[in-house]
Design a protein around this ligand. Structure first.
Ligand code: SAM
Length: 325
């Protein structure tokens, strides 16, 4: 039933977007006086090797995390070697020192897991990529709790092993359950503070409808939680409708919302030298947040243009950032 393995996609441009936003949310929400419950409905394996077979086969991280840091590192090296002033008309080059605060925080998380990368800034030294469980766990404090759900037997085993090594005790729990279903049992949380991260693989068409039904139910049970949904931007009606449905649900519930979309390339099919059709891979993805912190939009107004500059592959690259409520 499940063929999706996040290891093939770890560190791609969609992960750069989703994890930059996840870090900004964790930084804002964790460690307050009142405990926060974080529920990660689709957790994945927790940690991924960037030099492993899966990631190298797919090559997706080359268009994501490697590109982000290689492009900025090369600019920094060039500026040291040729410190002449850039031409007036040249687009502003971005070095890691120029990163906006949200991307600085993303870089910090990656440096923490990759000591040689931290030392040199060289993206080829990135060996480990953190999934959402490892990212969130780093920000938990005091009585904050993290509940992880993962259905794939192999990824569940890897996740359980990776989490056990953290020695986080009862602060982090892992269950091989359906995240859409199990979420219900945790809402409302006893402390009345929660963030739900819903990041399915959309391997099955039914995932789109399950996301909107699950979010509608969750908002009914606990209106003030922060709900975060990642979705692919692909030419399929269900994918197109999902952010619209989430917006309608937020508006009907009178809750504030934010929708950020990062496009790195055209979605058009092309042909290769032999005339065979080449699919472009994932051209864009979005993060929809219900009840976002008031600081998130300003942070993304700085982060998204930098992501476009560093990750954009053709002139279709761009972003949208909408909010309401
Ligand atoms: N959230 C992870 C991260 O950011 O690192 C990546 C998650 S990956 C996109 C989606 C995961 O959901 C896969 O590992 C898949 O096996 C798992 N999955 C699929 N359907 C599920 C369900 N109904 N409940 C829980 N996990 C599910």
């Amino acid at each position: 039933m499940f063929s999706y393995r996040h290891a093939f996609h770890a560190g791609n441009h969609a992960d750069v977007l989703k994890h930059t936003i996840l870090i900004a949310l964790c930084k804002y929400l964790c460690g307050k006086d009142t405990a926060l419950s974080v529920i990660d409905t689709h957790a994945g394996a927790g940690l991924y090797r960037l030099d492993g077979d899966y990631t190298e086969t797919s090559g997706e991280a080359k268009e994501g995390v490697f590109k982000l840091f290689q492009a900025s590192h090369e600019t920094a090296v060039q500026q040291i070697q040729t410190p002449a002033r850039p031409k007036k008309e040249a687009p502003k080059a971005i070095t890691p020192d120029d990163f906006c605060p949200a991307l600085q925080d993303y870089a910090l998380v990656l440096r923490g897991l990759n000591p040689k990368f931290a030392e040199t800034g060289d993206a080829s030294q990135l060996k480990i990529y953190p999934g959402s469980p490892f990212i969130t766990q780093q920000f938990l404090e005091g009585r904050d709790k993290l509940k992880l759900f993962e259905l794939h037997p192999t990824d569940f085993k890897s996740l359980s092993g990776n989490i056990a090594q953290l020695g986080a005790g009862r602060q982090v729990s892992v269950a091989r359950e359906d995240g859409f279903e199990s979420l219900k049992t945790f809402l409302p949380p006893p402390s009345r503070r929660a963030m739900v991260f819903c990041d399915p693989s959309y391997e099955m068409k039914s995932d789109y409808a399950r996301v909107s039904a699950c979010m509608a139910d969750a908002v009914k049970r606990f209106a003030t939680g922060t709900y975060v949904v990642w979705y692919p931007v692909i030419p399929r009606p269900e994918a197109h409708d999902l952010p619209r449905k989430l917006k309608t649900l937020a508006v009907k519930a009178s809750r504030p919302w934010l929708n950020a979309v990062l496009t790195v390339k055209s979605s058009k099919l092309t042909t290769d030298d032999e005339g065979d059709v080449v699919r472009p891979g994932l051209p864009a993805s979005g993060m929809f947040v219900i009840n976002p912190p008031h600081t998130l939009k300003a942070q993304l107004q700085l982060a998204l243009p930098q992501m476009v500059t560093l990750l954009g592959q053709d002139r279709n690259a761009g972003f949208t950032l909408d909010s309401g409520g």
